[in-house]
Design a binder for this molecule. Structure first.
Ligand SMILES: Cc1cc2nc3c(=O)[nH]c(=O)nc-3n(C[C@H](O)[C@H](O)[C@H](O)COP(=O)(O)O)c2cc1C
Length: 353
């Protein structure tokens, strides 16, 4: 089976079939631009946005959540919720602000979202999910995509049964994460189930998502499922060069050498500088903390660096601390960083059922 190298969603021509996932707390403009500059990204998404916050313009972080630039293109804005009319109005607002694509979240497993019927909660009510998609599609001229999980639980993997109705509703593409809501992030993405979803689509592209952390895994997703494109989420957080490497591999280009320590530090430094622009210096110094353990792990930095950097509250000091990483002597083995956050599982313990 040949792997598609291009993808069109409505009028949008993607330059690569590698999409960067919506990731709450991570897929902001500061990080997206870093990834785009390394290459390989065909389309990126904002994190999921609350339509009522958008409409009332009330979320404190709204400005930074919506921030984009010419280089940050093409970009999809993801919205979530249960009220078709509110979602449709939010889509209209986004379109009026220049959005070129809107995505509806039908996969978020978090109890505070899915427990109220939004995100993956919509998979318990496919008729309503399709009605919402139809309302949003009708309200805007830009393409509307949907991102969903396989179903609520293993007994109810309804995603493939929803595909024809979502197509008829006018949805322009679907992304399928190969897990159920109740699986959270446990186990492995089920490629057989993703293939079922792909095969249920008659007209629209299906994007395969889940556990792609290498060019080999990307190839497997394409060949095992027949998907039109792939989406990567946690992979680029740990290795921002992942999309570049996947894209090189898909084109049959030789593998690029792995990033040097200097390139890692430079990436972190530029990431931080963009966060300063996006969130103010003070905000950036605090928000950058969640990235520190990951960067330090890649740089084989010792525990003392972690302890010192996690205490910094001032942007100038943070920048200086990042610059000092150019000079450190790496440990011989990856450090055990107790404070490392686990972005792998946004489901809090005990939320599984
Ligand atoms: C920290 C975190 C935040 C996420 N936020 C969103 C989100 O806002 N919207 C969404 O549709 N999916 C969200 N996801 C799910 C990812 O987009 C993706 O479907 C999932 O991580 C599986 O892909 P991966 O194995 O490549 O990470 C999030 C996942 C993580 C780990």
């Amino acid at each position: 089976m040949s792997i598609p190298l291009k993808l069109t969603i409505g009028p949008i021509d993607l330059q690569t079939p590698v999409l960067f996932a919506p990731l709450a707390g991570y897929s902001d403009l500061a990080f997206r631009l870093g990834l785009r500059r390394l290459g390989g990204i065909g389309l990126a998404y904002t994190e999921m946005l609350s339509p009522s916050s958008l409409l009332m313009n009330k979320a404190k972080r709204l400005h930074s959540l919506l921030a984009t630039s010419d280089e940050d293109n093409p970009l999809g804005y993801q919205i979530y919720g249960t009220n078709a009319e509110t979602l449709a109005r939010a889509a209209v607002l986004l379109e009026s602000r220049g959005a070129k694509l809107v995505d509806i979240n039908m996969g978020c497993p978090q109890r505070k979202i899915s427990g109220h019927g939004a995100g993956a909660g919509l998979l318990r009510n496919p008729t309503e999910a399709v009605r919402i998609a139809e309302a949003v599609v009708k309200s805007v001229a830009i393409p509307v995509t949907v991102k969903l999980r396989l179903g609520w639980d293993l007994q109810n993997r309804v995603a493939h049964t929803m595909v024809p109705a979502l197509e008829d509703a006018g949805v322009a593409a679907l992304t399928i994460h190969g897990r159920t809501r109740c699986q959270g992030y446990t186990g492995k993405a089920d490629l057989d189930e993703i293939r079922k979803v792909v095969q249920s689509a008659r007209r629209i592209p299906v994007i395969g998502n889940g556990d792609i952390t290498s060019p080999a895994a990307a190839r497997t997703m394409f060949t095992e499922t027949g998907c039109a494109a792939i989406m990567i989420g946690r992979g680029p957080l740990k290795n921002p060069w992942l999309a570049r490497d996947i894209w090189n591999d898909l084109q049959g280009h030789p593998t690029a050498p792995p990033p040097t320590r200097e390139e890692w530090v430079q990436f972190a430094l530029e990431h931080f500088d963009r966060m300063v622009e996006l969130y103010t210096p003070k905000g950036a110094a605090l928000l950058f903390r969640k990235w520190i353990p990951q960067y330090l792990r890649r740089l084989l930095a010792g525990r003392q660096h972690l302890v010192t950097m996690m205490m910094i509250q001032d942007a100038a000091l943070m920048r200086q601390a990042i610059e000092e990483l150019f000079e450190i002597r790496p440990l011989e083995a990856p450090p055990r960083l107790e404070a490392e956050p686990e972005p792998d599982d946004p489901l809090a313990p005990g939320e599984e059922n």
